[in-house]
Ligand binder design. Structure first.
Ligand code: DOR
Ligand code: ZN
Length: 430
């Protein structure tokens, strides 16, 4: 089966391409990249006006399967991923049962292989039941495909426990993806501690509760040599800790979400918008600016969504009772195009690094490049499509987006995974 994708503007910093050029795909791989490509009997698609980049990867998503399938399942989660332009995701372990044994990872991987619309690389938990006390079956999970370990949703409270987790992470050469949250400081905090918590009369979640664990775990990574990946970083000081660690040559990377880049605590008005209740919380406008600077200067390695679906009734409760999290897969690319690429804060090449290249490097996955021989995982988007985020747009089972009603410019249109179309002209392929 030969497919020729014609006239797209191809951007791939690794291959040194930034021009309108054709891409020929044969079976699951790119066969040729060049001008005026033709092949008898090939399927030809004209992608004039669109951009074509290495397939996007989101290394932080919650698909809720097994256990909370009323919020999302592997089929709807991967449909949302394809609809958002992603070719692969890494799923978090806070399911029921928790992904703390090889058996649960095997379930996720095998279901994804059957019904998935993108590649699914599961993360295993660090501790049994995410309780931070007993080491999870890390070796068993590596044998069943774990690409990383994380207690995401909760911080590991005990430094000695985290050290043991990192000793094992180092042994298996798997990154520890670190949700930084010191419970003795954060407690039942709901929003950023400071102006927002005072104005709203809600318990505060101080940035220090995140920064202290970032500093601790950077030290433990330098002690053990374990690759450390800081999840959903939110504050200027946290970013400075990572920046300094990188300058020392520490084995540390970090990620940021579109919601922390685009929103701040000021966006939570008195109307109790529970869709804006996320963990860690939206921080100050100055923190937000520091994150944008970190994306531009290379301190931040990856953009991830922390796609966190919840049912309508759960988010319809009082702010203190509503769960943390918002969905993100279907708005991520458009938010980054609208808020970072269009204003010239980053260029398309840097966007590809943040959303395709570095996520694969962090998880030690094979790279995808727009070059002959590479696996044909491809994302195509229309940089000029103007649209308004609407609940009816989502393939996700849930609609708890903080961006409903927002006008965005740029939209994924076509996705190929191993040369197979998972989205064509904006519609997920059934
Ligand atoms: O907002 C969040 N939601 N942050 C997390 O760390 C967990 C996630 C969830 O599982 O809902
Ligand atoms: Zn998460």
């Amino acid at each position: 089966m030969v497919l020729i994708l014609k006239n797209a503007h191809v951007v791939d910093p690794a291959a040194g391409i930034d021009e309108v050029i054709d891409v020929k795909v044969e079976d699951d791989r790119i066969a040729e990249v060049g001008h005026g490509l033709a092949h008898e009997g090939a399927e030809v698609r004209d992608l004039s006006g669109k951009y074509l980049v290495p397939g996007l990867v989101d290394i932080h998503v919650h698909f809720r399967d097994p256990g909370f399938e009323y919020k999302e399942d592997i089929e709807t989660g991967t449909r949302a991923a394809a609809h958002g332009g992603f070719t692969a995701v890494c799923t978090m372990a806070n399911t029921d049962p928790v992904a703390d044994t090889g058996a649960v990872l095997e379930y996720v991987a095998s279901k994804a292989a059957k019904v998935g619309k993108c590649r699914v690389f599961p993360a295993g938990s660090c501790s049994h039941g995410l309780e931070g006390e007993i080491l999870a079956e890390m070796g068993d999970m590596v044998a069943h495909g774990a690409v990383a370990f994380t207690d995401d949703g909760r911080g590991v409270q005990n430094a000695g426990m985290m050290r043991r987790i990192m000793d094992y992470g180092k042994m298996f050469d798997k990154p520890i993806m670190d949700h930084c949250q010191d419970e003795s400081l954060v407690g039942a905090g709901q929003v950023n501690e400071g102006i927002a918590s005072t104005r709203l009369g809600l318990l505060g979640w101080p940035a220090a509760g995140e920064e202290i664990q970032i500093a601790r775990d950077v030290a433990l990574s330098e002690l053990t040599g374990c690759p450390l990946h800081i999840q959903h970083i939110t504050s200027a000081r946290g970013l400075d800790i990572v920046r300094e660690a990188k300058a020392r040559g520490a084995n540390v990377t970090c990620e940021v979400t579109p919601h922390h880049l685009v929103l701040s605590e000021d966006d939570i008005t008195g109307a109790y918008e529970t869709f804006l209740k996320v963990n860690p919380p939206l921080r100050t406008p100055a923190d937000r600016q520091a994150l944008i600077d970190g994306v531009a200067d290379g301190t931040i390695d990856a953009i991830v969504t922390d796609h966190a679906p919840h049912a309508p009734w759960e988010k319809a409760r009082e702010f203190e009772l509503a769960p943390f999290g918002m969905i993100g897969l279907e708005t991520s690319l458009a938010l980054i195009l609208t808020n970072l690429v269009r204003p010239g804060i980053i260029d398309y090449g840097r966007m590809v690094e943040l959303m395709a290249v570095n996520p694969r490097t962090i998880l030690r996955l094979d790279q995808v490049s727009i070059a002959a021989g590479s696996v044909a995982d491809l994302t195509v988007f229309d940089p000029e499509a103007t649209w308004t985020v609407d609940e009816s747009f989502f393939e996700s089972k849930s609609a708890n987006s903080g961006f409903i009603g927002r006008e965005l410019i740029g939209k994924p249109t076509d996705v190929y995974v191993g040369g197979v179309a998972t989205m064509i002209d904006g519609a997920v392929v059934d």
